[in-house]
Design a protein around this ligand. Sequence first.
Ligand SMILES: NC(=O)c1ccc[n+]([C@@H]2O[C@H](COP(=O)([O-])OP(=O)(O)OC[C@H]3O[C@@H](n4cnc5c(N)ncnc54)[C@H](O)[C@@H]3O)[C@@H](O)[C@H]2O)c1
Length: 259
Amino acid sequence: MIDAGRLFRLDGEVAFITGAGAGLGRMAAEVLASAGALVIASDRDAAAAERVAKTVQAAGGKAETVQLEVTDEAAVMRVVGDAARRRGRIDILINNAGTSVRAPALDMKLADFNRIMAINVTGVFLCAQACGQVMARRRKGAIVNLASIYGLSGSDLFHNLAYTTSKGAVVNMTRGLACEWGPLGIRVNAIAPTFTETDLTRPLIFDNKELVAKLTERTPLRRLGQPQDMAGAILYLASPAASLVTGVTLPVDGGWLAY
Ligand SMILES: NC(=O)c1ccc[n+]([C@@H]2O[C@H](COP(=O)([O-])OP(=O)(O)OC[C@H]3O[C@@H](n4cnc5c(N)ncnc54)[C@H](O)[C@@H]3O)[C@@H](O)[C@H]2O)c1
């Protein structure tokens, strides 16, 4: 008899999370710890990661923290290598650190474009590679990348071409890594969240009531996201429930992309 609860348990597993100090990364830390994983909460903001680890521990979960800037190749290799030596394994990577800039494509500064690509694409690759090397040794791993609805569509509402380009790259990096690493026992998937209320989106979207109303009206389920709306999809893709699922980008968007 199949046990529904066990499909989503992560007891004994080690989950490395980037950008875990706030928003969706923080939520990922909470849900994976609640499923039994030991969470390694990394963030470039060490104090923010520390606060998240304390919350997880207070709720009875297992968490530790490391400071990590995902664009720093040497730091990624060192921090992931240290974690793997300390814990003996990394089973799950939540490749979450990412950011955005608003600028019309006609005027966008190359430095801004390059910064977004460095964090949202190169950082995702570096963390996948470092964790992938550890996972390949045990022929077991699950990577969940944070893409976006704007990795699967263009945007007429905002001028954020660098972001759209970077998230499109994450969607196809997910497919490419799934093909290359499937034979190594590593699954690679992504989620594509809709507009979700976090520190990143509050000033850009959620503080603007008219904009929120417009986006809500355009969404079939008639609401935007909260971080907890992403918990089920992240846990599913990281867990044994998705053991035959790889290469997909799962929209969690209230139907935004169904139009
Ligand atoms: N919030 C949304 O509406 C939304 C929608 C779709 C996709 N996403 C994606 O989800 C991810 C998380 O977004 P969020 O809204 O939680 O953002 P956020 O800004 O609220 O939190 C991001 C966290 O990542 C950390 N971080 C940022 N850059 C980093 C770097 N270079 N190295 C290490 N840590 C870094 C920050 O310190 C912060 O703790 C991003 O990849 C974002 O593109 C968010």
